[in-house]
Design a protein around this ligand. Structure first.
Ligand SMILES: [Zn+2]
Length: 366
């Protein structure tokens, strides 16, 4: 296998970085310049501490003006061609391109106190990074249909960006994810994902770490590794059993379709994957997306969220373990699982599916 070339780093008109990740075996020079006249972006995100829950809430009011469902001709994620207006990506074609979001929730800056909070930590600038990752030049493509080589490039790009963002001392956790489908609030239909580098450890990760710590204190073992071992042995909810990875519907799934994909080796994050694990991941990731897309008869593109859980960078790394949480909020054709009173107000989940039945359906779609 020819290794993919490293990313080519370029700068956009307002100073933001863009990185081109090309498929193995291709040779592009990536020299196109961004000829737009872009004013520098005003970013006013702040973080406030919710003393009632112990969680940080980010207020990013400048995001109200961001691009919302543009026509294909105005898509900012398409390559720049002579026929149309310049976009965020100056090249005339690309394989995978990653650039800093012009409307970020978190932005690099000095950590700055904004005001005193008499009950908790003081309000701060929301320091961090938000990047957009485009998976294809083709506006109508979907990740489930891309060539196998592109999936390898995508895995390589997640790893490369996680490595670089983890080196920023203001970053505590790096989150690579994809939201697909207007039903879940995606404002651009071009196939793309995002990367958030948070200045704190997120609430779901904190909850998992607290459970993992309890388990470690009482057994001396890793919670996430023990769950994986149990699911592989039990088999009732397993949907994929590979050489280096297994996927299963979690026993207490919250969403109508939910799959967890985990490596067999205990590793904290994507950069820790070895060559064989990366190769199988490129295959199984696409395989699972295809199964989700064909889950409901009559629908060929099911909305989904693909969320990479990586261990925090600085604290409790031994308790975290890499896994993908892949889920859909579609519970039947045309029907979404809404977070109603019990879920939204109380955080008390009611699911109307049975995980074992969802796993059976997902196995049939192999
Ligand atoms: Zn597009």
């Amino acid at each position: 296998m020819t290794p993919a070339p490293g990313p080519t780093r370029r700068t956009l008109a307002d100073g933001r970085h863009i990185f081109y990740f090309d498929d193995a075996g291709t040779t592009h020079t990536r020299t196109a310049r961004d000829l737009r006249e872009l004013p520098s972006a005003t970013i006013e995100s702040q973080m406030r501490y919710d003393v009632l829950t112990g969680e940080w809430i980010t207020m990013a009011s400048h995001r109200m003006t961001r691009t919302h469902l543009p026509t294909t001709a105005e898509c900012p994620l398409c390559p720049t061609t002579l026929a149309g207006a310049p976009t965020e990506i100056p090249e005339a074609n690309y394989d995978v391109a990653v650039f800093e979001n012009r409307f970020p929730s978190f932005a690099p800056a000095q950590d700055e106190l904004l005001s005193a909070n008499r009950f908790g930590p003081d309000d701060r600038r929301a320091v961090g990074h938000c990047e957009v990752m485009c998976f294809s030049s083709d506006h109508t493509a979907s990740v489930g249909e891309l060539p196998a080589e592109r999936l390898r490039t995508i895995v390589g790009a997640w790893i490369s960006r996680t490595e670089e963002l983890s080196a920023d001392p203001s970053v505590e956790q790096v989150f690579c994810f994809e939201n697909r489908g207007e039903e879940i609030g995606v404002t651009l239909t071009h196939p793309h994902g995002q990367i958030y580098a948070y200045p704190y450890v997120t609430p779901r990760t904190q909850a998992i770490l607290a459970q993992a710590d309890k388990h470690f204190q009482s057994t001396g073992r890793s919670l996430l590794a023990d769950v994986l071992a149990f699911e592989r042995q039990d088999g009732a909810r397993v949907v994929y059993a590979g050489e280096h990875w297994s996927a299963y519907v979690p026993a207490a799934a919250r969403w109508p379709i939910e799959i967890h994909l985990a490596p067999h080796r205990d590793i904290p994050d994507l950069p820790s994957l070895n060559t064989e694990e990366r190769e199988e991941l490129a295959y199984v990731y696409q395989d699972l997306l295809r199964r989700i897309d064909s889950f409901y008869p009559g629908i060929d593109r099911v909305p989904y969220i693909a969320a990479w859980h990586q261990a925090p960078i600085r604290i409790d790394r031994h308790l975290g373990r890499l896994h993908l949480q892949l889920f859909s909020i579609l519970r039947a054709p045309g029907k979404l699982k809404y977070l109603a009173g019990s879920e939204s107000a109380m955080g008390a989940w009611i699911s109307d599916t049975v995980p074992e039945a969802v796993a059976t359906r997902l196995r049939e779609l192999a």
